[in-house]
Design a protein around this ligand. Sequence first.
Ligand code: 13P
Ligand code: SF4
Length: 354
Amino acid sequence: MTLMEKELVKPISNNQRSATKSTTLEYTPEIAKEMAPLYEKVKDVIPPVEWPQMAPLIKAINELKKSRNAVILGHNYMTPEIFHCISDVVGDSLQLAIEASKVEADVILQCGVHFMAETSKLMNPEKTVLISDSKAGCSLASSITAADVRALREAYPGVPIVTYVNTSAAVKAECDICCTSSNAVDIVESFDSDKVIMVPDEYLAKYVATKTKKEIIAWKGHCEVHERFTAQELENYRQANPGLKIIAHPECPPEVIETADFTGSTAAMINWVQDKRPAKAMLVTECSMSDNVAVDTPGVEFIRPCNFCPHMKRITLQNVYEALLDMKEEVTIDPKIAKRARASVERMINAVAK
Ligand code: 13P
Ligand code: SF4
């Protein structure tokens, strides 16, 4: 079945029909011409053979966004066609959480993983928040439950609990404050207590421990993408590429962070490369980041040790198109949990704003 036929057999409302009736998902000469300036931007990271499948979907998604009064929030790990061609706002988890709190559109479509869509819903309880594949999870988010946090509170009475944003709303609801990799050190420092519990990322907690005098009690969750990098692998790349600058995400194991020239959130990594413009750079993080940054940093050669996040890669142009067409899959959060989880995220945003 062609894409056009798939669209025709879908049960769609009149509203949807008016949004889509003029849409063709074939790569016509008209679409090729209209989309040529956009392809010019991404031509170094999207092969010409793939563009004819992508261009009609990109055009249809951008039209659907208008008719739905929707915005797309895209995480830095999205593939280049999602990041550069359909996202209205791109960024790291902190930037997306802050932008989510300012959205004026009726609909937010999150191009990222489920905890990110939940965060957008927390910040916009009255709006429709969609994710095109609700199975887009995260090994960190699934490493801890609300019951685990309650057990930690009992084991360490009075010790503040900071949760990384990579958790479910139910976990956020049990914690005192949220943090992202952009602000984890500042959030930990914001407490008077000389001990702080950090969940669920053990390696982020260890990284923060190197930047504060406080004792950090860590949960043992790991990111399945970043935990695979090794210091030896990085050293091998360095030897093979004299002058290489290595930039790592704090979800990497400590020995990897020690080997790196710079460590920071995905946004901080991008800023570092844009600012320093090294001749050769290696982003020790999810694969798509290098493609996305390369579009805006000509002259920097990216060495790519490629580890995919299978959860982020569930988000595709095709399912984003279907999500906007059918207004699915809607993110919902139990209001009692949402109220407490929102407080955790708002405390973080307010702390960052100071
Ligand atoms: P950032 O907040 O740095 O974008 O990280 C999110 C994430 O999931 C990294 O794996
Ligand atoms: Fe989770 Fe790691 Fe994927 Fe980020 S890269 S969403 S931390 S599994």
